[in-house]
Unconditional design. Structure first.
Lengths: 275, 297
């Protein structure tokens, strides 16, 4: 069933207010098809009735099912291109300059909610390319954390499917990824830069030890948290970020109303947070 | 170089341009009519209707997704009612201006120029709403007109302006600074000189002059701050004269943001992230609008 502009805007606002994820107009048809599945499962005929259902006492449970439909747990390499371009062209060179002045040639990066490791390894590849230039003689530490041990094992293994590597630019693919019977194996050169650990972002006793990061990524994780938990976790990110560092969330995510200390830095195609 | 020198130079340069477009007769008549007390909307509509081009442009601007009328407006009179009497003056000037500068003979492509201008107009309007600035149409028109001087430079000082554009390629230098260095003036002063010739209301002249220096704005600093920030946002949304600079900015450290923080209590409620996503959504609308205005077929 085709969704009207009014229904789309209403549902988009509702989803945004609950989880902080914005559906761009270009994703209207995606939302329409996913809503269709949930409407059928609930026996609801119109989008407006489904909206009423979400607002009813049964809404919280239904919202979980809807979230499963509209989010995807699969991740892939080079997912957020504008973010990576900003990092490479502007934010990283500026940060390197700042730290060079301080005589502190060490870069620490955290991929929080790293899943099977694509985001952390993407950073490793980008930085590896700069080992003989911008990052010559620098120590690079990339840490991926996730609550799920299965995905951590996958990340450590460093073997991916074709979906995961479909966005990897050829120049990186040739150097760092080897195909073997339809599986894509990451080179040890990239793997050695990244360590993966189990971590629950709710666990205050562990979170306080995740110190002094220059870049923190937490994409498509916070959308599953309620506002109070989000605030708590984001405060940890804030505390653990260097004063000149940057914190990145997913492509359509928002921390509005979650933390009022972070400032926004805007770059072509997106934004990041800074202290 | 101080601002009075930049202005002096701009005045000299504008005087030297022989074929500078003059305000169309019909627009002058509309403005004269609007100056009369107790003027009726019907009279203004009748006068505009005598000029098909102006009528068509007004109708296109009104029916654009930027204005979002509930349903399509098909009569000029209804369009004027929708705009409100106080904005007919600006619309008459803006449409005349678009008409005067629709030739693709400048250093910057005309579509590129107008996409930036309408982009800043649209973002200014959205931002005005978010910060509680009462006159959304004024914000829209101020945004559209802010870079008037850029199109004057592009079309009437083409060779000199190409040198300016060449000089910033691949360098992190702002266009406005390169203009001051090479031309001895900038698009801000050039815009004002042109706008004054056309008798644009002073509030728009102030925005043209100070959209890169909002702390110097004297007539309506909030409006100027809105246009300044919208200009920055369009710069990071692909509406930056084909991305001539690799830019980033810290919003909360911008002087314009500080002006809004002081003068717009509603700013504290503003959801900056959502605002960015709404801009993303509106960019295709801006491109469609510009294509529809400049598509002559």
């Amino acid at each position: 069933m085709a969704i009207s502009d009014k229904d789309f805007e209403q549902l988009r606002d509702f989803i945004y207010n609950i989880c902080g994820m914005y559906f761009h107009s270009t994703k209207k048809y995606f939302l329409e098809s996913r809503l269709g599945r949930r409407m059928e499962a609930c026996g609801v005929k119109t989008h407006s009735d489904y909206y009423q259902l979400l607002r009813s006492p049964r809404g919280a449970d239904e919202m979980k099912f809807l979230m499963d439909e509209i989010t995807t747990n699969e991740t892939y390499f080079f997912r957020n291109v504008p973010q990576l371009a900003a990092l490479e062209n502007k934010l990283l060179p500026e940060l390197v300059e700042t730290k060079n002045k301080m005589g502190f040639k060490k870069l620490r990066i955290w991929s929080a909610g790293s899943s099977s490791g694509e985001e952390a390894y993407t950073m490793a590849m980008i930085l590896l390319e700069k080992r003989s230039t911008l990052l010559k003689d620098w120590i690079i530490e990339i840490i991926g954390t996730d609550i799920n041990e299965t995905v951590i094992s996958q990340a450590k293994e460093g073997v991916f499917n074709s979906y995961s590597v479909r966005n990897v630019p050829d120049v990186y693919k040739r150097k760092y990824i080897r195909e073997e019977n339809g599986r894509f194996i990451l080179s040890p050169e990239v793997k050695k830069f990244v360590t993966f650990n189990k971590l629950n972002l709710y666990d205050d006793s562990k979170m306080i030890f995740m110190k002094s990061f220059d870049f923190i990524f937490c994409a498509n994780v916070l959308i599953y948290f309620d506002t109070a938990s989000k605030s708590k976790v984001v405060q940890h990110f804030y505390n653990n970020l260097q004063p000149y560092g940057y914190f990145f969330v997913g492509q359509s995510e928002s921390l509005h109303g979650v933390n009022d200390k972070f400032k926004t830095v805007h770059f072509p195609g997106g934004f990041a947070y800074k202290k | 170089m101080d601002k009075s020198e930049l202005m002096q130079k701009a005045m000299q340069l504008v005087e030297k341009i022989d074929d500078l477009p003059t305000i169309p007769v019909i627009a002058t008549q509309v403005l004269q009519l609007l100056d009369q007390p107790d003027v009726k909307l019907e009279e203004v509509a009748d006068l505009i209707l005598t000029d098909q081009v102006m009528t068509a442009r007004v109708m296109k601007m009104i029916n654009s997704p930027v204005y979002k009328p509930g349903s399509e407006i098909t009569s000029l009179k209804r369009a004027l009612v929708f705009l409100g009497m106080r904005h007919i003056r600006e619309i008459a000037l803006t449409t005349s201006f678009i008409d005067a500068f629709d030739q693709n003979s400048g250093a910057v492509g005309i579509n590129t120029f107008w996409e930036h201008s309408f982009g800043v107009g649209m973002v200014s309007k959205i931002m005005a709403q978010k910060v509680g600035y009462s006159d959304l149409e004024k914000a829209y028109i101020a945004g559209i007109m802010h870079d008037l001087g850029e199109v004057v430079l592009s079309q009437f000082m083409r060779d000199e302006f190409i040198k300016v554009l060449e000089s910033i390629k691949g360098r992190l230098v702002k266009l406005v600074e390169a203009e001051a260095d090479i031309l001895g003036t900038t698009h801000c002063e050039m815009g004002v000189c042109m706008a004054r010739k056309w008798n644009f209301p002073e509030v728009y002249c102030d925005v043209m002059l100070n959209h890169h220096t909002p702390v110097d704005a004297s007539v309506d600093p909030v409006l100027c701050a809105i246009v300044n920030l919208s200009d920055l946002f369009c710069g990071v949304r692909g509406l930056n004269y084909d991305g001539m600079e690799w830019i980033s900015f810290n919003l909360q450290d911008e002087p314009a943001w500080k002006i809004l923080k002081q003068q717009c209590p509603k700013l504290v409620e503003m959801d900056v992230e959502r605002f960015c996503y709404e801009i993303d959504d509106a960019i295709p609308d801006v491109k469609d609008l510009v294509a529809s205005i400049f598509n002559k077929k």
